[in-house]
Design a binder for this molecule. Structure first.
Ligand code: IPE
Ligand code: IPE
Ligand code: MG
Length: 241
């Protein structure tokens, strides 16, 4: 999908693993939630920078399917932060022509949060600027498992022939079905791992692992990473003539 479309020199779709909020707070001897609040405040600046850097799609990892393993205090604090954040920001995103979408399994999220997610998607549905996708209770393996379940249901119901299942069919069942694949995946906080983010979609993405903790990530650093992407030679397995 994204491969043919990404012949512009910069990345069309950037995905970010926003990591390091806890350590940022710890360095200041504050509770982890203080770091998450500071992290949430960084999002707007990066979203607003996208049009200036030619980034049409921005996908951010806010909460993973594994993050439920954290303390009840942290999980409840994060859920409350997501509710407040979406409530507060959705009008601003609409005003800035940002189309908001969520990926991940909503079933485990509380009804109030789910209603806010639906509302944010609805009121920004006609926006034509940056496509912001927020991964909330998202896990790449969980997404593939859910997709496979729906695909199997289609086979069982006679809507899909198993012979037709290929690399084009399967992604239509993923949460990201309307999005191009990410060109560039950035992870902050010095960890060089993927932590279950966009496993299928990032097969040929370029990666940047940077030491900055997410609450310190700025528009300038974002611009620098987007700029250095243009110098990379993406070969997709082929040999350049
Ligand atoms: C990322 O920051 C935010 C979430 C995973 C919700 P962390 O909370 O993982 O911060 P560190 O990695 O502990 O510093
Ligand atoms: C990945 O960060 C998830 C998010 C940024 C939402 P984690 O902090 O949960 O990942 P690990 O535990 O270091 O792999
Ligand atoms: Mg972390």
């Amino acid at each position: 999908m994204a491969r043919e479309d990404s012949d512009q020199s910069g990345p069309r779709h950037v995905a970010i693993i926003m990591d390091g909020n806890g350590r940022w707070a710890q360095m200041r001897r504050r509770p982890r939630l203080f770091g998450h609040q500071a992290g949430a405040r960084r999002v707007r600046e990066i979203v607003e920078a996208c049009p200036d850097f030619g980034v049409k799609y921005l996908t951010i990892f806010a909460f993973s399917t594994e993050n439920w393993k954290r303390t009840q205090t942290e999980v409840a604090g994060l859920m409350s932060l997501f509710r407040r954040y979406i409530h507060k920001e959705m009008q601003a995103f609409k005003a800035e022509n940002v189309q908001v979408r969520f990926i991940g399994d909503r079933v485990r999220l509380d009804a109030k949060l789910r209603a806010l997610m639906d509302e944010a998607e609805e009121i920004t549905a006609d926006c034509t600027g940056t496509n912001l996708t927020i991964a909330l209770n998202y896990g790449g393996r969980d997404e593939v498992a859910r997709a496979t379940k729906r695909l199997a249901q289609d086979v069982k119901a006679g809507r899909l022939d198993p012979e037709d299942v290929d690399e084009e069919t399967l992604p239509k069942y993923l949460d990201t079905c309307v999005l191009p694949d990410p060109d560039l995946v950035i992870r902050t906080s010095g960890e060089a791992r993927v932590s279950n983010f966009l496993l299928w979609q990032s097969a040929y993405a370029e990666y940047e692992f940077i030491d900055t903790l997410w609450p310190d990530f700025t528009r300038e650093e974002f611009g620098r990473l987007v700029g250095s992407y243009g110098k990379r030679d993406r070969r997709f397995g082929a040999v350049k003539a």
